[in-house]
Design a binder for this molecule. Sequence first.
Ligand code: PLP
Length: 480
Amino acid sequence: MDIAEYRRRGKEMVDYVADYLENIENRDVYPNVEPGYLRKLIPEMAPEEPETYEEIMKDVERIIMPGVTHWHSPYFYAYFPAASSFPGMLADMLSCAIGCIGFSWAASPACTELETVMLDWLGKMLNLPEEFLAGTKGQGGGVIQGTASEATLVSLLGARSKALKRIKAEHPSLSEAEVLNKLVAYMSEQAHSSVERAGLIGGVQMKKLPTDGKFAVQASALMEAIKTDKAAGLIPFYFCATLGTTPSCAFDNLLETGPICNSEHIWMHIDAAYAGSSFICPEFRPLLNGVEFADSFNFNPHKWLLVNFDCSAMWVKKRTDIIGAFKMDPLYLQHDHQESGLVTDYRHWQIPLGRRFRSLKLWFVFRIYGKKGLQEHIRKQVKLAHEFENLVLQDDRFEICAEVIMGLVCFRLKGSNELNENLLKMINISRKIHLVPCHLAGAFVLRLAVCARTTDSKHIQFAWKTISEVATELLRKQPQ
Ligand SMILES: *Cc1c(COP(=O)(O)O)cnc(C)c1O
């Protein structure tokens, strides 16, 4: 493909994408294929001879689209949203074109510098304490990680290394292995599986803290665990608090767990992957109160802030805590400015070396929407969730299972888990809308997350109509 053809195909692709998104409602939101469907449709080997672009695009409709779950359909209500917007997509296109691997300042200065400034912009939008920002006298700063899972892992490894140093200094006779064996980390029993996984990868014990009636961790649970573990000779060193848990969007109590962490030398990381975006609205910002006690904080603009995947924003209060934990400096990555103290080399802040120019999409999205436009998006989706909640509440066959605070509604038919499992199965088989379940206090619960940017009241009404019709059919078949 030469540059002349690229110009033509590029414009065609923009039209294809626009048509796809404009007409996405006409496609079944969830595909009707069996595992292995795709291998049967394509050759066993890569082509020996070049093929034409037309042939590829024909196969996109024939082979790919039938197996796509349409995350940006307004009938998609599963998981949490995957953000998408036109400025986000355009900026990603530019990022591909520049195609730099921004591991150090010198590897592409704009890539590093825009990222530092964008994380400050975003931090200010959230009203984060100044200590987390890079452009202040503090020792903090922000970085874009690929995912929240990586942010959690990086924070855990930073905390582990900090704890090791501190304890070795206090007890020089202990070996590193002895200290590692005693370290213990905490998470909510409702935390995302990636937190438990960070413990596994980081090779430390991770304990699940029980939650209260609202599925949130309270100080008493943390205090109890610390007391028991210290009495057993263990060393608590890390607590991952969740703001907006994945099952039900519960908020751990930062204001009370934070001070405990601070006085016990426990690193507090906050995982607000989904709900974090809402803190740009003053009415939701109080949910972040207590962040001042945290050592690190993370959320995913790629979930709810209209910035396409991958873009997970992470801030640390003391950047040397994570930079120092993973530093490697081979000659081929060194550059003249690195010792000046003025530049950031983001390779020290993350697991991989390579990194894309991801801050472009923050910059484009922030400027096209403005803080106001982004706030409108959040508010609209929260409002739609409440609209759905009210529909559920008006039907006494159903119950709401957790407080609706953001864009997520947890609900179920009053009755057995089996009944609700069947309800979900029938809803998803209809392919009109798509939901996933969760467990809350032993109950099988359906989750409806307002996802697509284009979701409107009419889609919510349709979703409810679908659910209530399926419920009617299901209950009619039930033995009385
Ligand atoms: C979605 C989610 C994650 C995982 O996010 P990734 O960016 O895919 O790693 C982690 N924590 C919470 C609370 C989430 O909702």
